[in-house]
Design a protein around this ligand. Structure first.
Ligand code: IPM
Ligand code: MN
Length: 367
């Protein structure tokens, strides 16, 4: 029997409770589809830091590097100064394990949960490929005259051709692989007539960030001809925010830099019904990847059994798909959709009509 070793970081706040539901559902999928999962729990997060002063020991990074997949609940603790855990755990793992892609599918499951009431599931179904190792997240820059009246702070965006190329390659391949050619995905009849079946939109700010996105733009157009079925499209990041709400059906696959990807995927999560369902993967196609619900640790809800575990369960489905269990991944998503359509009242925490654990049980039973 195929066996997967998966590291599990439940983390802080409501992270452990949603993780519990995700692992429960993954276990049912494993039985159903005939594979085995050995879970390896790691105690990381605010509690450990407050007790021991340790954020992420080097030895743990070395161990985590050995896993093909890591499952992450949420990181963030109200008693810990912002930045310590985010940079010390989440960003350090993304960077040191070279998880250079942050993959965030955006799909509306049920119209009633969306502020864009006239849009249905057929209009909102795209994927954001966020560069995950470079840009403004590198921490390049510094202070001059810190604390003095004339103080200067500089924060630089690092964009390497290697980093941009590997991200674009992932996005083009995904665009090519995804079911393509849906009429609502930005493809006009003439595109289809020209043999295009998928669209990749590069999101940037070429009109202002004339160095960083000049490199992105040249790399994008240099690579495009290698993927003839893919239509190349470009949108500024501000316009993208507007279109996410007005015409989300224009998007198929989006590729963008680290900070823009961070920002637009929070908006994207809202148009798909909220953080209750939004999941993502930090992907190193050749190494160790990490899957997480997009929401944070929601400390005020800790232990109340009210948080929506569907995002965490979707992250587990993405993880199984990534490991090669495509059927298990698709079946978990189908079970999530079934529960959304037939059982729960709302995707919002505390308004589901069921508790965290009960929603996990419903999905597990639907599987
Ligand atoms: C995300 C989060 C992180 C980010 C924070 C917690 C560092 O917002 O995963 O989108 O900015 O990447
Ligand atoms: Mn974010």
């Amino acid at each position: 029997m195929t066996t997967y070793d998966i590291a599990v970081i439940g983390g802080d706040g409501t992270g452990p409770e949603v993780t519990r539901e995700a692992l429960k559902v993954a276990e049912v999928a494993a039985q159903k589809f005939g594979f085995q999962i050995n879970w390896h729990p790691y105690n990381l997060g605010g509690e450990r830091y407050l007790k021991t002063g340790e954020v992420l020991p080097d030895s743990v990074v070395t161990e985590l590097r050995q896993f093909k997949a890591i499952y992450l609940g949420a990181i963030g603790h109200p008693q810990v100064k912002p930045g310590i855990l985010e940079k010390g755990i989440l960003l350090r793992l993304r960077f040191e394990l070279e998880q250079y892609i942050n993959l965030r599918p955006v799909k509306l499951y049920r119209a009633v949960d969306c502020p864009l009431k006239d849009k249905g599931p057929e209009h909102i179904d795209f994927v954001v490929v966020r560069e995950n190792n470079e840009g403004l997240y590198c921490g390049a820059g510094g202070f001059l005259f810190k604390g003095l009246p004339g103080e200067v702070a500089v924060q630089e965006s690092i964009n390497t051709r290697r980093g941009v190329d590997r991200c674009l390659k992932y996005a083009f391949e995904l665009a090519q692989k995804r079911r393509a050619g849906q009429p609502w995905q930005g493809l006009k009849p003439e595109d289809v007539a020209a043999g295009k079946t998928a669209q990749l939109t590069m999101v940037g700010k070429t009109n202002v960030l004339t160095y960083a996105f000049d490199l992105w733009d040249r790399a994008f157009h240099a690579m495009g001809p290698k993927y003839p079925p893919v239509k190349l499209d470009y949108a500024h990041v501000d316009a993208t925010c507007m279109w996410f709400v007005k015409n989300p059906e224009w998007f198929d696959v989006i590729v963008t830099d680290n900070l823009f990807g961070d920002i637009i995927t929070d908006l994207a999560a809202m148009i798909q019904g909220g953080l209750g369902v939004a999941a993502g993967g930090n992907i190193n196609p050749e190494g160790s990847s990490m899957f997480e619900p997009m929401g944070g640790s929601a400390p005020k809800y800790t232990g109340q059994n009210v948080i929506n575990p569907l995002a965490a369960i979707n992250a587990a489905g993405m993880m199984l798909d990534f490991l090669g269990e495509a059927k298990a991944g698709a079946t978990i998503e189908a079970a999530v959709i079934q529960i959304i359509n037939t059982k729960i009242q709302s995707l919002a925490a505390g308004k589901m009509g069921y508790g965290t654990k009960e929603v996990g049980d419903l999905v597990a039973a639907a599987l």
